[in-house]
Structures are given as C-alpha cells and as structure tokens.
Design a binder for this molecule. Structure first.
Ligand SMILES: O=C1O[C@H](COP(=O)(O)O)[C@@H](O)[C@H](O)[C@H]1O
Length: 235
C-alpha cells in the first residue's frame, strides 16, 4: 500500500540512525535559520529519543535562534523523571544547545484542562509552521499523547480544530497528559516519526494500512497529505 507522502529510512542499528537523523535535523534547522532568521523544533519524550537528543546537542548550530517545544507532556512536576521536559532539559538543552529557547507544556495551572489553555498560549511564541516535528509512537499506536480509547481523541484529531494543546486522560497511559492536537502537529514543514524495535515496526505496518484513527491514532499522521513524513526505524 504506497503512501506517497511518507518516506521510510531503515538503519542497521540505533547509533547509525541517531547519527543520520541528528545530521538531517541540523541541516533543516540551519536552512530555516538562513531563510527566516529563526527556527523551531518540536520533540517527543519517552525512552526512544534520549540518544538522539544527546547527539543533537553537539551539532554546530546557532542555538540562540532555535526554539524547542514538546509534542506532549505528562502532568507531573518537571523535576520528575517521568516528565518529558525533564528529559529534554537533561539530555538536549546542554552543551551548545543550552542556548536554545525552550517552551515547555507543564505549567502552574491547577488541572490539565486549564493547563492546556495556558500551554496553547505559550506555544504561540514558537515560530510556525514548525520546521521539524519529531514524533514517537507507542506499541498501542499512540503518537504525541493521542491515545487510542481516550475520550479526548476525537477532539485531538479534529482537523478543523484550532492548533493548540489538549488535556488527555487515557486509562492506558500513566499520568494525565497534555498533547498538541493534530492541527498543531500538522502546522509544520516536516514530520519525522522515529521508532525503534520490531514490535513498533509491526504496529507501524498495520497503521500504514487505511483504517480507523481510533485504532491507531498515528494513522492520522501517516494518511494526511499536508506535511511530508519521514519514518526513521532501526531494530
Ligand atoms: O508516552 C509517551 O510515549 C511516546 C513513545 O514513547 P517511547 O518511550 O515508547 O519512546 C512518546 O513519543 C511520547 O512523547 C511520550 O509522552
């Protein structure tokens, strides 16, 4: 089943992928700075991108012109090891990349619902369209924090929604979440879906087949035709 908007890049191992992907992101951001004077990078959390962040932070870029934001966040303190902001601060916003501007999603609002409004406002500071959005995917087909079975999914995937952030409570996900909605994720020039391991490869292959987004929310990314998607995979 060809998806003309999606290009797959397979690598023999994770370090080779990380090296190649970091280099590509660097080139994209450098070109964006050259053309528009600033650039934006949206990243995901979880376990997968740690090595990528550690490589990316060493890239020679004018990081003062780079805006970094999150595709999603867990509603936990940013000092928690479960926080995506914590991951980004520990692994990406170091060395040369410490000079980048970072807009996190967790905020002082008492609840995620109010927090989503706060985060949507904060995100308006990040240059749009986002130059590069790096998404991950769970073995249940969720991407960002758009989880199958969550009550917020239909709202999150509504193509007519104002680009922004939504609150997510999913029975299958640890912690309440904030997530960029589909409209915000697609307000971008390039999406990279970065996945590792055979289990995720099989989920990806199933999601490539047309079907319901409620089953595999990542389908909403793979089957749209607005933004080019590159899938980076290593065993
Ligand atoms: O919960 C999340 O899961 C996905 C995938 O994470 P991984 O640990 O399987 O790599 C991630 O993309 C998302 O940002 C995160 O909040």
């Amino acid at each position: 089943m060809p998806l003309h908007w999606v290009h797959e890049h397979h690598f023999p191992d994770s370090p080779t992928l990380v090296h190649a992907l970091s280099g590509e992101i660097k080139v994209d951001l450098e070109e964006a700075i050259g053309e528009r004077g600033a650039c934006s990078l949206v990243v995901s959390g979880g376990r997968t991108p740690r090595a990528l962040f550690e490589q990316l932070r060493t890239e020679a870029l004018d990081w003062t012109k780079v805006w970094i934001a999150l595709a999603d966040e867990r509603w936990v303190e940013t000092t928690s090891p479960d926080s995506n902001e914590y991951l980004v601060r520990e692994t990406l916003l170091q060395d040369l990349a410490a000079a980048a501007h970072f807009i996190g999603l967790k905020n002082p609002a008492p609840k995620p619902e109010a927090g989503a409004e706060w985060a949507s406002r904060a995100l308006t500071r990040v240059p749009r369209p986002f130059d590069v959005v790096v998404l991950g995917m769970g073995e249940d087909g969720h991407t960002a924090s758009l989880f199958p079975g969550s009550l917020a999914l239909a709202r999150g995937l509504d193509p007519a929604a104002v680009p922004g952030c939504i609150a997510v409570n999913a029975l299958t996900a640890p912690h309440a979440r904030l997530s960029l909605n589909l409209s915000a994720l697609l307000d971008s020039r390039r999406i990279i879906l970065y996945i590792e391991g055979e289990a995720k490869r099989h989920v990806y292959l199933r999601a490539r087949v047309p079907g319901t987004v409620a089953e595999y929310p990542v389908r909403a990314i793979l089957h749209q035709r607005t933004v080019p998607v590159d899938v980076f995979w290593a065993p």
